[in-house]
Design a protein around this ligand. Structure first.
Ligand code: ADP
Ligand code: TZD
Length: 576
């Protein structure tokens, strides 16, 4: 087998055997496994690897900070089901990338962080090498798995193992350590070529047992108030048609978790997102599909849920079952196979939804929508602009561009955008996710643009944006169709706090973000009214080039920690 990256280094006399080295083998193995893009930051010992990849058909996207590159790789994994690849330098670069690796693992996104590392014989005796660190040891607790390659001939094996581990079962982040000496190690080209291989069936289907399926069907068939919760595992599984068929044939109402929005269009008649609290509280049989009963679902506890609720859980990870509540019907398998099995084994008409339950939720939904309509109407007219004023304009422009990807982070900027902006296409919303992490914004946006070529609208709190704001430069350098909309209320949560010391208050921030992007050659707008938000966003999406709209929001608009203020351990200094 020969590969494009492997150099033929036959000597002048023609006698020397062709040779290859570590970096060529990395590129060979990645290429063979269908990797199209590497996200990273260069430096010793990986710069030549980043140069070699594009010369062999793998795009290299260079970032300003490794956590952004790692977040990008994670998002690429979520969007494509193929592990995103992040490349980092030793010690500090490696550590910067770990936030993204750990966040990917927490969110069940497949990615591989490949990091160069310093010389083992110096690191292990702590002799003080350049960027010395025992990276393998450090990575273990933050990754689904961590491996080190110690010989060039094991590079293909290491990459196969990393990709397989990241993509199969519950997806996650895998760390692959490749010391500088291994990247530079020269071996016989033929031996090298036979040491890399292509994975077969990287994420095999997991089919649930028939007894487990029947147990779930029986529970659903006996339910008076059934509810389906769709999570980002369902979105990731790409079983869109099977999920839709099951939801529609059973008539069961559903609520989408934030990154499952659009799996079925948000205006689907069975979506009860607008009666969420009531649906959770009253449901007697709940079917979780690729969603965990973690803090985002109140751990399944009363009073948010009925203490008598019975749970069915569809998840690829068996050990997720019973992590919070007794699971009456565990359905361990991939969402597609489970949905197929349910459709196959349920008798026609066996699972239905009582009309009274649908009506109860419908009435609540109508009342909530009417209440929200009043808030929205008031916000539209308010000056200075409110979050909800700007967001209605963003909603309207996005409705004209259903293929645009939405990235979203912040506190109020996250909660309010999630509730205001409907999604109609699966996997088009990426947000702070399971950790509620800030800093994913520009990395996720870059990956969405690179992987799909579609426009991306990143809706960012001003604090949230700051974590990855320097990547505006990368967005401009690669001329990506990313439009960043900063909801700028001059602070973390809000911008009207005054400190008695004379220093700025801990939550206060001040920036003209529209000027930042201009420094990199992008288009900067300032918008002070909902009409200006709409017209600038429309113009920017049509132009398809990097742009940033700094939306000036009333500094007094915003709640401490958004809708999770109750998680603050004290309420002593909170406002409103
Ligand atoms: P959300 O935050 O949207 O509620 P979570 O991240 O909490 O979603 O849950 C996603 C769940 O989906 C995880 O428990 C994960 O194991 C599971 N999962 C991921 N991929 C699949 C798949 N292909 N089939 C079934 N379950 C999956
Ligand atoms: N650091 C990291 C990595 N993640 C975090 N979640 C936080 C800090 C704490 N934090 C939040 O939970 S939200 C937030 C921070 C700093 C920013 C909220 O301010 P914002 O949004 O300007 O982004 P709003 O719209 O003004 O609330």
């Amino acid at each position: 087998m020969t590969h494009a990256a492997t150099p033929a280094t036959t000597g002048m006399d023609g006698e020397q055997a062709a040779q290859t080295d570590g970096i060529h083998l990395v590129v060979d193995a990645l290429k063979l496994n269908g990797v199209e893009t590497i996200y990273g930051v260069v430096g010793i010992p990986i710069t030549d690897l980043a140069r070699l990849a594009p010369a062999n058909g793998i795009r290299y996207i260079g970032f300003r900070h490794e956590s952004d590159a790692a977040h990008a790789a994670a998002a690429a994994g979520f969007l494509t089901q193929k592990p995103g690849i992040c490349l980092t330098v030793s010690a500090p670069g490696f550590l910067n990338g770990l936030v993204g690796l750990a966040n990917a693992t927490t969110n069940c996104f497949p990615m591989v962080q490949i990091s160069g590392s310093s010389e083992r014989h110096l690191v292990d005796l702590q002799r003080g090498d350049y960027e010395e660190m025992d990276q393998l040891q450090a990575a273990k607790q933050f990754a689904k798995a961590a491996f080190r390659v110690s010989r060039a001939e094991d590079i293909g094996r290491g990459i196969a193992r990393a990709i397989r581990t990241a993509a199969s079962g519950r997806p996650g982040g895998v760390y692959l350590d490749i010391p500088a000496a291994v990247l530079g190690e020269v071996i016989d080209a033929e031996k090298g070529a036979s040491s890399v291989w292509e994975l077969v069936d990287a994420a095999p289907k997991q089919i649930p047992g028939p007894d487990a399926v029947d147990r779930a069907i029986d529970l659903l068939a006996g339910a008076e108030r059934p509810l389906i919760v769709l999570g980002k595992g369902a979105a990731y599984s790409r079983a869109d048609e099977q999920i839709r068929a099951f939801v529609e044939s059973s008539g069961i109402p559903y609520v989408p978790m934030s990154m499952a929005k659009g799996l079925l269009p948000d205006d689907h008649p069975q979506s009860v997102a607008t009666a969420r609290s009531l649906a959770l509280k009253r449901a007697d049989v709940v079917m979780l599909v690729g969603a965990r009963l973690n803090w985002l679902l109140g751990h399944g506890d009363a009073p948010q849920w009925s203490p008598d609720a019975k749970f069915i859980q569809v998840d690829i990870a068996a050990n997720e079952m019973d992590s919070n509540q007794p699971i009456a019907a565990p359905l361990v398998g991939d969402v597609g196979s489970v949905m197929d099995a349910l459709a196959e084994r349920a008798k026609p008409g066996q699972i239905t939804t009582p009309a009274a339950w649908r009506e109860e939720l419908g009435a609540k939904s109508e009342a909530n929508v009417a209440k929200m309509a009043k808030r929205l109407e008031a916000a539209k007219a308010a000056h200075p602009m409110k979050f909800l004023g700007a967001l209605q304009s963003i909603r309207d422009v996005l409705a004209e561009n259903p293929n645009a990807y939405v990235v979203n982070e912040g506190a109020n900027a996250l909660d309010l955008a999630r509730n205001t902006i409907p999604m109609s296409v699966p996997r088009h919303r990426l947000d702070s996710g399971t950790w509620g992490v800030m800093g994913i914004g520009m990395g996720y946006a870059i990956a969405a643009a690179v992987e799909t070529g579609e426009p991306v609208v990143a809706i960012e709190g001003d604090s949230a944006f700051g974590f990855s704001g320097m990547e505006l430069e990368a967005i401009c350098r690669y001329n990506l169709p990313v439009i960043t909309v900063v909801l700028n209320n001059s602070g973390v949560y809000r911008g009207d706090e005054v400190s008695p010391t004379g220093d700025p208050a801990p939550t206060y921030l001040k920036a003209r973000h529209d000027l930042m992007i201009q420094a990199f050659g992008g288009k900067g707008y300032q918008a002070t009214t909902p009409d200006e938000v709409a017209s600038t966003l429309r113009e920017a999406i049509a132009a398809g080039v990097p742009a940033l709209i700094d939306c000036i929001i009333d500094p007094g608009d915003g709640t401490e920690s958004g809708n999770i203020g109750h998680l603050n351990p004290t309420g002593l200094t909170q406002k409103k």
